[in-house]
Design a protein around this ligand. Structure first.
Ligand SMILES: [Zn+2]
Length: 109
């Protein structure tokens, strides 16, 4: 399944976001491994958001909600409609990240 960056539209495979993107951050491989075992609610704590931001990533409520990615042109602004549509899906489906990813793909988000 692919989801798209809210800013530049780049498609990202959700498996990459769930399992690989964390290894592109400044976290050590051990920390990145540990991150994958965290409950979803802790994956985007301030500390991890900070690490992801340094690597060019910015997420909504979950890592499959890509607001900014490393492919974004400098200073590009997110598409507000996309950001809002994704936030609405997250609210609707809550913790069901698979469901959210499937809906995003269906809607080309
Ligand atoms: Zn992007």
């Amino acid at each position: 399944m692919d989801v798209h960056c809210s800013t530049c539209g780049e498609p990202w495979d959700v498996c990459h976001l769930w399992h690989d993107a964390v290894f592109e951050t400044g976290l050590s491989p051990e920390e990145a491994e540990g991150w994958q075992c965290l409950p979803r609610s802790q994956k985007l704590s301030d500390r991890y958001r900070h690490e992801f931001r340094l690597a060019g990533w910015e997420f909504g409520g979950a890592v499959i909600n890509v607001i900014h990615c490393p492919c974004c042109p400098k200073n590009a602004e997110p598409d507000l409609e996309r950001v809002q549509a994704k936030a609405a899906l997250e609210e609707l489906l809550g913790e069901d990240e698979d469901g959210i990813a499937a809906m995003m793909e269906d809607h080309g988000l």
